[in-house]
Design a protein around this ligand. Structure first.
Ligand SMILES: Nc1nc2c(c(=O)[nH]1)N[C@H]1C(S)=C(S)[C@@H](COP(=O)(O)O)O[C@H]1N2
Ligand SMILES: [Mo]
Length: 429
């Protein structure tokens, strides 16, 4: 195969998120919010659930304001994936196409409207003295920090495990992710400005949101993270892409922890608990966890705190925007493009492309201009003979870590953290 490579600069054809008129917002009034935050009876919830179920998909899509091309995995509580062809056009993923992953339903959780910050409280308790309630509006008075970062579900790419053994859960392609700019107050600044004392025995921070479990016996959604990392990286975010955080994406206050998988970025943040132990909540101990060691394909061993770990830090990964798999494309020159990212703890070295099943790899530069936690664009001009080709793509970091040739070596029963080499079949005409 004759394949002449010329590596060009990263595409500059990237746009910022379009400005959206917040006037279209008819978010919850203060009164209705009070009602919701009060005693929320099961009756109200189930009424709302049946309301949601009764809607035709098209109407529901409009209700939550998402692009009608979104891939709907589940309307209730709302699991929507972004087609890759929509993701590629933007540096910052617009709210209309950002993936959605709700684990439980809540009235405020279903639209792009803004919920009022003025009536929002976030409590900090446990091994912190004194226990404190921060009002949403106070957050605005602190110095703000901005972080551009990849928000990615730990199930993103799960469907690829099915090539060896299908795993349970939403069969995500690679569109369970986006790149966003968040603005808010670093947690450590709040703690020091308010002169709060953290007991040195505190090892974890557990974050809770206002959404409610689907039944009154189901566990609420919450996650614990190592306290040092949370204090080092997390912000109490009040803006996404330059506007208040849309309700469906966790506004008015969301815990944002760059480098961590999406699930740890708790939406509708209401409480941070400073504790010695990780939460034993079902969603933290049985879900969003993977095994420390290899597990036998198809098995489902019991998870213990010792043999498993939460899906915290994102693995090295990349995606190809163009060409799409099984596409017929016009050659001989192809402008391959996509993005690569990791947890931001070490620098990525390059994006590597192989057109001979991994015998040799060519390195492509990454654009790091958006900071360590964002996705880094890459772009390569390759020349192909007409015919069938398979293109392999992986990211490599400066310590030599690479995406595995076969992502299934990390097979786990819930199919988390897929980061296998992307393999694209194309026919060049
Ligand atoms: N309170 C709360 N926070 C949550 C969730 C949730 O169900 N409830 N889902 C988590 C998961 S699994 C993911 S992947 C991200 C999805 O964020 P998005 O819906 O804004 O894209 O939110 C996380 N934070
Ligand atoms: Mo997720």
């Amino acid at each position: 195969m004759n394949c002449i490579k010329h590596i060009s600069n990263v595409t500059k054809k990237l746009f910022n998120t379009p400005i959206v008129n917040p006037k279209s917002s008819s978010g919850l009034s203060r009164r209705s919010l009070l009602k919701w935050s009060g005693v929320l009876t099961f009756g109200i919830v189930s009424k709302f659930v049946s309301f949601a179920r009764a809607q035709q998909p098209e109407i529901f899509k409009k209700t939550i304001g998402k692009n009608s091309e979104m891939i709907v995995h589940n309307w209730n509580p709302g699991v929507l994936e972004t087609p890759l062809k929509l993701l590629e056009n933007y540096r910052l993923t617009p709210k209309q196409i950002l993936f959605v992953r709700n684990n439980q339903i809540w009235d405020g959780a279903l639209s792009l409207h803004h919920l009022p910050l003025e009536t929002w409280d976030v409590e900090m308790n446990g091994l912190i003295n004194p226990s404190t309630i921060i009002q949403g509006k106070e957050l605005k008075q602190y110095k703000q920090t901005e972080i551009e970062m990849v928000l990615q579900c730990s199930g993103n790419g799960r469907s690829y495990y099915a090539n060896t053994f299908r795993t349970s859960g939403t069969q995500w392609g690679k569109g369970g992710m986006g790149n966003l700019r968040w603005k808010g107050v670093p947690l450590k600044n709040l703690v020091s400005d308010l002169k709060l004392e953290i007991n040195p025995l505190a090892e974890f921070i557990t974050a809770e949101g206002r959404d409610i479990p689907p039944t009154n016996t189901a566990a609420d959604f919450e996650h614990s993270m190592p306290i040092d990392d949370v204090l080092d990286k997390a912000i109490l975010a009040i803006e996404m892409n330059g506007e208040p955080i849309p309700a469906v994406h966790g506004g008015p206050v969301r815990l944002i922890i760059p480098g961590y998988y999406g699930t740890m970025n708790i939406k509708w943040l209401t409480r941070l608990r400073f504790e010695t132990e990780e939460s034993d909540n079902y969603n933290h101990i049985h879900r969003y966890r993977t095994f420390k060691n290899k597990v036998e394909l198809g098995s489902n061993p019991p998870r213990t705190l010792e043999n498993s770990r939460p899906t915290w830090r994102q693995k090295i990964n990349s995606t190809v925007w163009f060409p799409a798999n099984n596409q017929q494309v016009k050659g001989p020159n192809l402008n391959l493009r996509g993005v690569a990212w990791n947890d931001g703890s070490v620098k990525l070295k390059a994006l590597e492309i192989s057109t001979n099943q991994g015998k040799t790899w060519d390195q492509v530069q990454l654009d790091f201009s958006s900071g360590p936690f964002a996705w880094h664009h890459w772009n390569a001009q390759l020349k192909f003979l007409s015919g069938k080709h398979q293109i392999w793509v992986r990211a490599v970091d400066t310590t030599g870590q690479k995406q595995p040739l076969d992502g299934s070596i990390n097979w786990n029963p819930s199919g988390y953290e897929w980061n296998g080499v992307t393999k694209i079949d194309v026919v060049v005409t």
